[in-house]
Design a protein around this ligand. Structure first.
Ligand code: KG4
Ligand code: ZN
Length: 336
C-alpha cells in the first residue's frame, strides 16, 4: 500500500511516499526558517502562502525520486492538527483535492502521533510498551505508549514547551530564530557549571514540567551582567544543562513508575546532542534503552505523517471527514 504524506502544520513543508511493504520510498522537505527569520518567529499567513507554493514542487520531487506516479497512490495522509489553522488547511485541501480527483481515501493524522512513531522509520524500531518523551516547539509531554494508537499522558509542561524555552532564551542571547540549534551550537564552547540556574519542578513528585522560570532566570542574569563572548557561551551551556537535567530526571522517574524499560525521544529538541548524551548516561546507569528517530526525522517532516497514514489506513480504512484540528488531544485517538 503506497501512501503520500503531507505535513504543513507550522513552518516546514514536508512530503513523503511510504510503502507499507518496502518502507520509506522518498521524502522532501522545505524549511521556511529563512522567510520567518526577519520577524523573530513564525508569521502564520506567510507560512500558509508558502506551503501553497511549495507543495506541488515537493510532490513532483518525491514522485521523481521514487519513480512513481500519482496513479500508484492508495491513499493520502495529511497533518490535520494540532498546528496553525491556515497552514493545516493548505495541507488538508491539497490532500482532499488530489485524493478526490484520484478516487482514493485520505487519512487525517495527528502531528504528535507522527513524532511519537517516527522511530519506526528507522531500522531499529523500539519494542512496545515504551515511554515517549515528546519535546517539540509546542509540546513537552511524557506519554506511555502501550500499543500503536494507545497513548496515555503521564505529565506535561504547565507553561512553556522545552523547544519554546530554547527559542526564547536564544532570542535573549540574540541568536535569531529558531533558536534551539543556534543555542546548542553556542553551548558547545561553554562551561555549564558557570551559572547556577534553577531546575524547575525537579522535586515536584509528579511528571509535569515548567520552563518559563528558567527563561526568566536567564533574563535576570543578563540584566545583572553583560557577559562577554565566553560568558554568553557559558550561559547557553548552563541553560541547556538545566533543561536536560529536568528532562532526564522526569523521564527516568516515568520509566521507573511504570516499570518500563524503553524510552523514545521524539520532537525537535530530541535532536539536541547534549540531551542525548545525558539520556544515554542515565540509560546506562538505570538499565533502560533509549531510541531516537533518525536526526532528519526528529524535526517536522512528511515521512512520519505518511508512516502513520499507512498504519491507520491499513487498520481503519478510508476517512470521509474533511477538517483540521488546530488543538487536538492525543488521548482522543482511536487505537490503530
Ligand atoms: O518538532 P519540531 O520540529 O516542531 C514542532 O512540532 O514544534 O520542534 C521544533 C523545536 C524548536 O523549538 C527548535 O528550537 C527545537 O525544536 N530544536 C532544538 C534543536 N533542534 C531543534 N532545540 C535544542 N537543540 C536542538 N539541536
Ligand atoms: Zn513537530
Amino acid at each position: 500500500m503506497l501512501v503520500l504524506g503531507i505535513e504543513t502544520s507550522c513552518d516546514e513543508t514536508g512530503v513523503a511516499l511510504y510503502d507499507d511493504a518496502r518502507g520509506l520510498l522518498a521524502h522532501a522537505l522545505h524549511s521556511q526558517v529563512a522567510m520567518h527569520q526577519d520577524y523573530g518567529g513564525v508569521v502564520p499567513e506567510l507560512a500558509s502562502r508558502d506551503h501553497i507554493h511549495r507543495l506541488p514542487l515537493l510532490l513532483r520531487c518525491v514522485l521523481r525520486d521514487s519513480g512513481k506516479t500519482v496513479g500508484d497512490l492508495d491513499g493520502i495522509a495529511y497533518t490535520a492538527g494540532p498546528g496553525l489553522a491556515g497552514a493545516l488547511l493548505v495541507g488538508a485541501s491539497a490532500a482532499q483535492g488530489l485524493a478526490f480527483s484520484l478516487g482514493i481515501p485520505t487519512v487525517p493524522v495527528h502531528h504528535l502521533e507522527g513524532h511519537l512513531l517516527a522511530p519506526f522509520l528507522s531500522g531499529n524500531p523500539p519494542p512496545m510498551p515504551f515511554i515517549a518523551l515528546l519535546v517539540s516547539g509546542g509540546h513537552t509531554q511524557l506519554m506511555r505508549v502501550s500499543d500503536l494508537g494507545r497513548y496515555e499522558l503521564l505529565g506535561e509542561t504547565l507553561d512553556d514547551a522545552a523547544g519554546e524555552a530554547f527559542d526564547k532564551t536564544a532570542q535573549l542571547l540574540n541568536l535569531g530564530y529558531p533558536g534551539g540549534p543556534a543555542l546548542a551550537k553556542l553551548a558547545i564552547s561553554g562551561d555549564a557549571t558557570r551559572f547556577k540556574l534553577p531546575r524547575p519542578m525537579l522535586h515536584s513528585d509528579d511528571l509535569n514540567f515548567s520552563f518559563s522560570g528558567l527563561k526568566t532566570a536567564v533574563l535576570t542574569t543578563l540584566r545583572r551582567e553583560t557577559p562577554d563572548a565566553q560568558g554568553r557561551a557559558d550561559l547557553a551551556a548552563s541553560f541547556q544543562d538545566a533543561v536536560a537535567d529536568v528532562l532526564v530526571a522526569k523521564s527516568t522517574s516515568a520509566l521507573k513508575a511504570t516499570r518500563t524499560g524503553n524510552l523514545v525521544v521524539a520532537g525537535g529538541v530530541g535532536a539536541n546532542q547534549r540531551l542525548r548524551a545525558r539520556l544515554n548516561e542515565a540509560a546506562l546507569k538505570n538499565g533502560f534503552t533509549v531510541y531516537y528517530p533518525e536526526l532528519e526525522f526528529c524535526t517536522d517532516n512528511g515521512a512520519m505523517i505518511a508512516l502513520v497514514g499507512a498504519l491507520r489506513l491499513r487498520k481503519a480504512g478510508a476517512s470521509l471527514s474533511f477538517g483540521v484540528r488546530p488543538r487536538w488531544d492525543l488521548a482522543e485517538l482511536p487505537a490503530i
